[in-house]
Design a protein around this ligand. Structure first.
Ligand SMILES: Cc1cc2nc3c(=O)[nH]c(=O)nc-3n(C[C@H](O)[C@H](O)[C@H](O)COP(=O)(O)OP(=O)(O)OC[C@H]3O[C@@H](n4cnc5c(N)ncnc54)[C@H](O)[C@@H]3O)c2cc1C
Length: 328
């Protein structure tokens, strides 16, 4: 099973690309010319609700190397099939700052710019320099810089106008030789306050993030999950004022352009779903943003449950919550 939700699904064709030339040969293969294609990394952000009637290409290209460096920065290139957290571990060991808050996120390097992964007050776009990708239809190589990726909250050009058009082959990240510790995320700051460490290193931050994550997230050996199933809700000022009037305890973060970010986990909890079971799936008891497969759930079952949650949240709060997970 190539997905962390642990749901069963088959594809018509399956290929594993270990090298760039293998990937190009797969894309050129006449058998696959008029066939739908899905690029798979670690399968930690997908939900298969049905069999895929096309070609799944698993990306396994490996390699990490320093491309260039100057007094302040080091530019590390990693191939798409590298395990993301191995790259974080490598960088922290070398003393390069930028990735430490993103420790412990499952999945592979190639998906990091697709999703603009984020956690604990950091997003990949802050350490992103450029990426190399192959056009799925033409086989041509194209480089994308920061602006061209159009990063947003768990979003990029690859989920919008260039959806299903490029395979990310490698990513070039810009890391700092003089790391600046980012404790903007409250849980992280509280952690270091509690242990009275007011001068943490990037290794301390990595270890703290891994510890906090292990307490908040389900054990992926026991349960199927894709982490946060929904994105946090971004709402207008008008809508926020109504919400706050009805629920004075609503947590929020002020965003750009007078928008408000509302933790969707809070909305789901208020709607009564936290810890609730629906057939073989449910909402994780410690974090309502996380849906889990207790064993034997189908992708469709999880999807239907997620629809139920969306409808109830909409009917109570008049807020549309969007899935973060890619649904097939
Ligand atoms: C327990 C758990 C905790 C998590 N915590 C976080 C978190 O804190 N923050 C966060 O941001 N995410 C989190 N996630 C979600 C997930 O780990 C990330 O989104 C991750 O980047 C997905 O990587 P992947 O390789 O598994 O991608 P996949 O799930 O395989 O694919 C995700 C999407 O990216 C596309 N894709 C993958 N590789 C490529 C490529 N090389 N080229 C083109 N397209 C590609 C796929 O087609 C798909 O659309 C969590 C998931 C789990 C299971």
């Amino acid at each position: 099973m190539y997905n962390t939700f642990g749901v069963k699904a088959n594809s018509l064709y399956f290929e594993d690309a270990d090298t760039l030339s293998e990937l190009i040969n797969i894309l050129k293969n006449p058998l696959y010319q008029n066939v739908d294609k899905f690029i798979l990394g670690g399968g930690s952000n997908v939900l298969f609700t049905q069999d895929f009637n096309g070609l799944v290409i698993k990306i396994s290209l490996k390699g990490i190397n320093v491309e260039k460096e100057d007094e302040n920065n080091v530019y590390v290139k990693a191939y798409a099939g590298e395990i993301w957290d191995d790259l974080v571990s490598y960088s922290v060991e070398k003393g390069y700052g930028g990735f430490e808050n993103l420790s412990g996120i499952p999945g592979l390097v190639g998906a990091t710019p697709i999703q603009n992964i984020g956690a604990y007050g950091s997003e990949i776009k802050s350490s992103f320099e450029s990426l190399e990708a192959i056009n799925i239809n033409t086989g041509e190589t194209r480089f994308f810089n920061l602006d061209e990726c159009k990063f947003g909250y768990r979003d990029s050009v690859f989920k919008n106008e260039l959806k299903n058009q490029y395979v990310v082959v490698s990513v070039l990240y810009k890391l700092s030789k003089k790391p600046i510790i980012n404790l903007s995320y409250k849980a992280l700051k509280d952690y270091f306050d509690l242990i009275k460490n007011n001068n943490p290193t990037i290794l301390d931050v990595r270890n703290a993030v891994i510890k906090i994550r292990s307490e908040k997230l389900p054990d992926t050996i026991k349960f199927g999950t894709a982490g946060s199933f929904f994105k946090n809700a971004i709402i207008s000022k008008d809508k926020f004022e109504i919400l706050q009037k009805n629920y004075p305890d609503v947590p929020f973060f002020l965003e750009e352009n007078e928008k408000y970010k509302i933790p969707t986990g809070w909305l789901i909890e208020k709607a009564g779903f936290k810890g609730q079971r629906y057939g073989n799936c449910g909402v994780y008891e410690k974090q309502a943003l996380v849906l889990i497969n207790f064993g034997g759930a189908t992708g469709l079952e999880v999807f239907e449950f997620s629809k139920l949650i969306q409808d109830k949240v909409k009917s109570i709060f008049d807020i549309d919550i969007e899935r973060e997970v890619v649904v097939i």
